[in-house]
Write a protein that binds this ligand. Sequence first.
Ligand code: PA5
Length: 432
Amino acid sequence: MLEAAGVSLDLTGTGSFLEPSHLDALAPRVAAAARGLADGTCAGHEFLGWLDLPSRIDEPALAACEAAAVRARADAEVCVVVGIGGSYLGARAILDALPPARGAGLEVLFAGTGLCSAALDRVLRQIANRDFRVCVVSKSGTTLEPAVAFRALRAQLRKRYGDRGAAARITAVTDARRGALRQLADAEGWETFVIPDDIGGRFSVLTPVGLVPLAMAGVDVRGLVDGARAMQSACAGEGLRDNPAHLYAATRYQLYTQGFTTEVMSSFHSGLHNLQEWWKQLFGESEGKQGQGIFPASTVFTTDLHSLGQYLQDGRRCLQETFLCARQAVPGLTVPADDGADADGLGYLAGRSFDEINWLAFEATRQAHIQGGVPCQAISVAEVTPQTVGALLYMFEKAVGVGGLLLGLNPFDQPGVEAYKLEMFRRLGRPA
Ligand code: PA5
């Protein structure tokens, strides 16, 4: 068991699948990958701004996000965050994991996360009678999904508040110089925040991409950054066994080379579902290249044990599993005693917390899956807090940097994402 920054990594569930010597043999390659990241010589080195970002986030940067949040709360109840992929998944993951108390901030809705008219219509109906503002996030400033949703929302803002009122209710998070969104923002005088050039979308959650909407929602962004900083120092060296990001990366990579080509991240905490979605993008976009890469999938248990449980236990044996666990969620919630004659037969559970029952379900599931031929890692935190979530975010970012390099890939580009866009634009008749 390795513990750092409030996160524990437990490899006991891989014991019957992995020779420790195989893992240790990877240590020099892991160290070389870590060195390539640290000295900026690895593939994709122009996108390494995330590596020391937590320690570089300074007081003025945090204060600017918080000040924008104070202004936003003065004139709106709802903020519609418009973005897709790395431009929204981080904020949504954290909001889901750390839902702010009612009244702590604006309600956040997401739009532009696809092209589905029903989804956009739902958001338009949700803001129909409420004061709202828009935070549009796009690094390129040209992505179609958020751009068309933003156009629709801007029309609503203008209709409701007039041109000047609309302009005062838009925050744009985008490139410092390039892209249509930057040009519009400058021309219209919107509040803006910059996405650094050297940080790609899926690594941008701790830039204004995540921090501005989260501050508006009332999330403790300082705690988040503190947790990421703690994990940044825990993952700074080149070691394998003492570095949670490296150990996780090496273990999943070694299992991949043995044929375990799909990694299922399984959680027993419903609030972590969107963190798993964020993780899927981070790993899928970073590693799925040149016919290679571990396919990232996810489940939320015990719910999905009643749907995908059969496959996990007994289906094709190409699965490795990473449990993402929180030991405690609402400790005071216990199974009530029954005054009657224990007709439902649950008397043996009376007084026990749901958290305890859930944890035992995790341990039982892990054992069953190991017996079924699935190597299991477990990443756990005592509680889901801003600090532990920040630590997890950084740990996964560092792990995917090292993991992509172990695969011999550039983990920081996403050339494959262009293929659908080219064909879609051709069919839409976009002018050349
Ligand atoms: O990780 C990535 O780079 C992508 O998921 C992008 O974030 C996504 O495509 C959105 O791009 P943009 O922020 O340029 O609109």
